[in-house]
Design a protein around this ligand. Structure first.
Ligand SMILES: [Zn+2]
Length: 192
């Protein structure tokens, strides 16, 4: 794990009142889905690090499940998530080549934040919003993070869809910054 505390000073904003943890789904020993020459593990690790950098720019202290470029196993990530007020783990969906869109899996009390992540991800990537879903809507191996960690699984897009992947590769930095802004707003309980 790594605590990111070297954050930018952001004046004239309310204080951070909730703790934040972000996690990359999978690890080197569990690469997740493999499609189109890329692994889910390498995509979500890169994305976690982009979101971590963006959170630091937005002045949000947070915990990650590993140093830059490193990813702890899911079971350890779930333990870390349980300690945080806001915990989000990034994954890619996998299905038939035509399946597209973004969605989240979480407990119902996280639906407001999860829904915002879905809306903004769909808008930036230009893909369908499949919506905030309950934890049992996804694949079983992902549930430790939700059931034991109380976190949100964010299925960014379908790795098996060439267009989804292309959109992600084009807009990943903008998406990371938007996701970080949504987290920052929730961590500060800003209304606006
Ligand atoms: Zn996954």
């Amino acid at each position: 794990m790594r605590w990111v505390t070297e954050v930018a000073a952001v004046p004239a904003r309310s204080e951070q009142t909730r703790t934040v943890m972000i996690s990359a789904g999978h690890s080197n020993t569990d690469p997740g889905a493999v499609a189109q020459g890329v692994t889910e593990a390498e995509i979500v690790l890169e994305f976690r690090d982009l979101v971590s950098a963006a959170l630091a720019r937005h002045g949000i202290r947070h915990l990650t499940d590993g140093e830059d470029g490193n990813n702890l196993p899911l079971r350890q990530a779930a333990c870390l998530a349980a300690e945080a007020d806001i915990a989000i783990e990034f994954h890619c969906n996998a299905a038939t080549p035509a399946a597209t869109g973004t969605e989240t899996l979480s407990r119902r009390d996280a639906f407001p934040l999860a829904g915002r992540l879905c809306v903004e991800t769909a808008a930036i990537l230009g893909i369908a919003n499949r919506g905030a879903k309950p934890e049992n809507a996804g694949q079983h191996h992902r549930l430790a993070f939700v059931s034991d960690g109380g976190g949100i699984i964010h299925e960014l897009f379908f790795i098996t869809n060439a267009s989804d992947l292309g959109q992600y590769q084009q807009y990943r930095e903008a998406l990371a910054d938007r996701v970080a802004r949504i987290i920052a707003q929730a961590a500060r309980d800003d209304k606006g």
